[in-house]
Design a binder for this molecule. Sequence first.
Ligand code: HEC
Length: 126
Amino acid sequence: MSLTKEDLLRHGFTLIAAAALIAGLTSNATAAEGDGAALAAKYSCNVCHAVDHKVVGPGFRDVAKKYTGDASAPAKLAAKIKSGGSDMWGATLMPPNDVSDADTNSLIAWILSQDTEATAPYFEKK
Ligand code: HEC
């Protein structure tokens, strides 16, 4: 098989496209994660919440674990973030938060992605 200039060009473009795609995916993942933390700071969620331990409200990792496998979690959490409430984690009230729909969705995606451990113990508890 003899490679023509065109073959080389085509192959080169495929590699460049693949590299660009991978770079894009990687940077998106990082940006999404950063966005969650940045939004939690922007809306002062982190006055009451941390990722890995309870502050006033539950740690976000515990929230993610609690809702593993619950398809209605995003809707429930969106309602809680916007309207506030209590009794899921104790008697302490979470105040309502004035957060846009887009930012609420980003926050929820970030919070639910904090369950980094194997979820088997969670399923055993159910
Ligand atoms: C003044 C303290 C405070 C602030 C500020 C606060 N929270 Fe909370 N949050 C709480 C408390 C307390 C709970 C537990 C409520 C309960 O038991 O239902 C909670 C619960 C939650 C839950 C779990 C809800 C559930 O029903 O399981 C999520 C998710 C959450 N907060 C996200 C956020 C986000 C996102 C922000 C910022 C926009 C925020 N919180 C700001 C105190 C706070």
